[in-house]
Design a protein around this ligand. Structure first.
Ligand SMILES: Nc1nc2c(ncn2[C@@H]2O[C@H](COP(=O)(O)OP(=O)(O)OP(=O)(O)O)[C@@H](O)[C@H]2O)c(=O)[nH]1
Ligand SMILES: *[C@@H]1O[C@H](CO)[C@@H](O)[C@H](O)[C@H]1NC(C)=O
Ligand SMILES: *[C@@H]1O[C@H](CO)[C@@H](O)[C@H](O)[C@H]1NC(C)=O
Ligand SMILES: *[C@@H]1O[C@H](CO)[C@@H](O)[C@H](O)[C@H]1NC(C)=O
Ligand SMILES: *[C@@H]1O[C@H](CO)[C@@H](O)[C@H](O)[C@H]1NC(C)=O
Length: 397
């Protein structure tokens, strides 16, 4: 073949494959799952996301990747941040078919989900906040419900109550039952009022975290901070959840032995004990004592890889002064981001040599799952409880 022709054929072939894999997606005959991540902030939404991903897989429908819902101080309406601002879409494709909500609305909505076919799904009727009396999901009432769907100019013309079907796909052919009741031909899009998932994420779905890979931008910021701010060498990452909202949440510990993300350390059936106040809220003393213990034991185990610094992520009080003072004699200093950035905090915690998290917090749980997938170690504040660790402490003294 003449080289010019060969070149043309080759580049055509190349272009075609690029176009097919990255731009053109055919309509999925098996339909789509869409939902509003309407509960909680990032940690809660991430737990729900993994469940929704497993749910979509069991129905064999494409998952529409919703934007992340964020709340800014002093603003009445939530902000929607595109899914791929924080995570890579390609990595999710390795597990199951997904499409960002922006792309779905732009390319497919007018064809398979025109305005007159937009039905919202909820388990049963939801009470109206504004006194409406029609039987409906009221999917757009309140914040973030309204602002979320408004981001894509979506209005619903009706509601579908899907009970007694549920999201518990581990039991009794649930995926099949959904597809029998809602065949994709008739129901190309199932749009849920909230996430089709439980909180916290089911134990069996935690490993799906491996498909949730930080975007290049977040990874770059995390690495840049580590390289330019932390002393060369190993560091311990810690999460201190101690803002006023958390103080209030921790008051429920007594009645809730497995509050929020507690199953990540206590087990899904409290096999490893009950939640305590110290697991939820830590005193300076607990934090310092536990850090010193880790620093010493890492020093004994890895003689040439001693801890050189501590990186602190927090929603409120980073305890920088106290930690610097308390660890001065060990020649270890403490760092944090100058400007609050939850996602960069999480990415740095994921990269640390050791991580100490808050067992109750879903923000910590995100880091714990990511590290489990990578085989990195994690421990928790005040767990195991002092009674069980007394022996250990005693040996140290
Ligand atoms: N920058 C930063 N923000 C944090 C940190 N910890 C908590 N936050 C903020 O507080 C939010 C806590 O809500 P979630 O992420 O849902 O996690 P949670 O700790 O289980 O808390 P609740 O949802 O309030 O029960 C986070 O999403 C962040 O916005 C932190 O270490 N750094
Ligand atoms: C799931 O859907 C895909 C694409 O629509 C199809 O190729 C595949 O055969 C389906 N799998 C099952 C188990 O039905
Ligand atoms: C998700 O969890 C359920 C049970 O909890 C399990 O049946 C299912 O296989 C899991 N799916 C994935 C993809 O991990
Ligand atoms: C946890 O609390 C339950 C009651 O809520 C109690 O029956 C159980 O013995 C407690 N377990 C431990 C390990 O303390
Ligand atoms: C954070 O701010 C301090 C004081 O303004 C400055 O010295 C330091 O370089 C800043 N660090 C980063 C990472 O921007």
């Amino acid at each position: 073949m003449h080289w010019k022709i060969r070149y043309a054929v080759l580049s055509l072939f190349f272009l075609k494959s690029v176009v097919q894999t990255t731009f053109v997606q055919d309509v999925d005959e098996n339909g789509y799952i869409m939902y509003c991540p309407c509960m909680g902030r990032f940690g809660n939404q991430a737990d729900h996301f993994l469940g929704a991903l497993a749910f979509s897989k069991s129905l064999n429908r494409t998952l529409v990747l919703p934007p992340w819902v964020e709340y800014r101080q002093g603003e009445l309406r939530s902000h929607q941040v595109p899914f791929d601002t924080y995570f890579k879409v390609d990595e999710l494709q390795k597990f199951h078919r997904v499409i960002t909500m922006h792309q779905f609305m732009k390319e497919f909505a007018s064809q398979i989900w025109p305005p007159e076919k937009r039905i919202s799904f909820c388990y049963m009727e939801r009470k109206s906040l504004v006194g409406k009396t029609d039987q409906s999901c009221h999917a757009k009432e309140g914040n973030p419900f309204g602002p979320f769907w408004d981001t894509f100019n979506i209005d619903f013309v009706g509601s579908e109550f899907f009970g007694p079907l549920n999201y518990d796909i581990h039991h009794s052919r649930m995926g099949q039952k959904w597809n029998e009741k809602y065949p994709p031909g008739k129901w190309p899009v199932i749009a849920f009022t909230g996430a089709p998932a439980s909180f916290p994420v089911q134990d069996e779905n935690r490993s799906l975290q491996k498909y949730l890979v930080w975007s290049d931008d977040i990874t770059r910021q995390a690495k840049h901070f580590i390289k330019n701010n932390l002393p060369k060498g190993s560091f311990i990452g810690i999460h201190l959840r101690n803002g006023i909202d958390w103080v209030r949440a921790c008051e429920h510990i007594k009645e809730s032995p497995n509050l929020f993300s507690a199953p990540q350390c206590l087990g899904y059936r409290n096999e490893k004990g009950n939640a305590t106040m110290n697991m939820c809220m830590q005193t300076k003393d607990i934090v310092l004592r536990q850090l010193k213990r880790h620093i010493k034991s890492i020093k004994e185990m890895h003689k040439h890889n001693e801890i050189k610094s501590i990186f602190v992520a927090s929603d409120s009080n980073h305890l920088i002064y106290d930690l610097n003072e308390g660890l001065q004699r060990m020649q270890i200093s403490t760092f944090k981001l100058n400007t609050s950035n939850p996602h960069v905090d999480l990415a740095i915690l994921g990269m640390s040599n050791h991580f100490v998290g808050n067992c109750i917090s879903s923000f910590s749980a995100f880091v714990k799952r990511e590290r489990d997938v990578k085989g990195f170690p994690t421990t928790f504040w005040a767990f195991p409880t002092e009674k069980n660790t007394k022996k250990l402490l005693h040996e140290e003294l």
